[in-house]
Design a protein around this ligand. Structure first.
Ligand code: NDP
Ligand code: ZN
Length: 175
């Protein structure tokens, strides 16, 4: 498990100045750790590359981390999975959201598992510790977008898909 611990230390350092969007501004690293926890302990995923990629999944997108840095420290498989779940930040947000739906069914099985866990954790966060200024309507929109992405990811883990569907059941009711 040393490589998993290495990834946690690496991600904790990279995300050290970032916070989640909840009212308490929780430390960002809680989120990648939550993904690995869901994968390993709820989804029974034992693929170490998937667990390490989950811990590192937001490093390229949200920090100065480069693909070659990940490849050097964690290998090409892990770096490749992280790249597959990284949005192109040069595109407008709406376009990035649309592309996530479009790409979901075309990414690798390992990347699908990371994305499933990401969406499970974000729905749980929106239910339990949401971004402070989000209306019920905005939360509902996020739930529906996440479901559209996950519908393209199905087929890699019935257990994680069921866990996603359970999280989706908690979507806010709007007029
Ligand atoms: P996002 O919808 O991208 O914010 C959600 C993302 O924030 C999550 O995917 C997650 O990403 C991260 N995050 C951090 N903290 C939390 C938390 N506590 N709970 C859940 N997610 C968290 O918001 P943006 O502000 O970037 O806006 C993007 C899009 O939202 C726009 O394109 C627009 O379409 C839409 N929008 C809608 C509005 C409305 O009122 N309906 C208003 C403004 C924008 P990660 O896992 O990567 O950290
Ligand atoms: Zn994430």
């Amino acid at each position: 498990m040393n490589i998993v611990i290495n990834a946690i230390a690496f991600a904790a350092d990279k995300h050290r100045n970032q916070r989640r969007k909840d009212a308490d501004a929780s430390p960002y690293i809680n989120h990648p750790i939550a993904l690995a926890d869901v994968l390993a302990n709820e989804g029974d995923i034992e693929d170490e590359d998937v667990l390490v990629a989950a811990i590192l999944h937001d490093t390229i997108e949200d920090t100065e981390t480069t693909l070659s840095e990940l490849a050097e420290q964690f290998g090409h498989t892990v770096a490749g999975i992280v790249l597959e779940v990284t949005d192109d930040k040069s595109l407008p947000k709406g376009e990035r959201k649309r592309l996530q739906v479009e790409h979901a069914s075309h990414i690798s099985g390992q990347a699908k598992l990371v994305k499933l866990a990401d969406k499970i954790c974000n729905l749980r966060d929106i239910s339990g510790s949401p971004p402070a200024d989000w209306t019920a309507e905005r939360k509902r929109e996020y739930f529906d977008w996440a479901k559209a992405v996950v519908d393209g990811l199905r087929g890699v883990s019935p257990t994680l898909e069921r866990i996603f569907d359970e999280a989706y059941e908690a979507r806010p009711v709007t007029a």
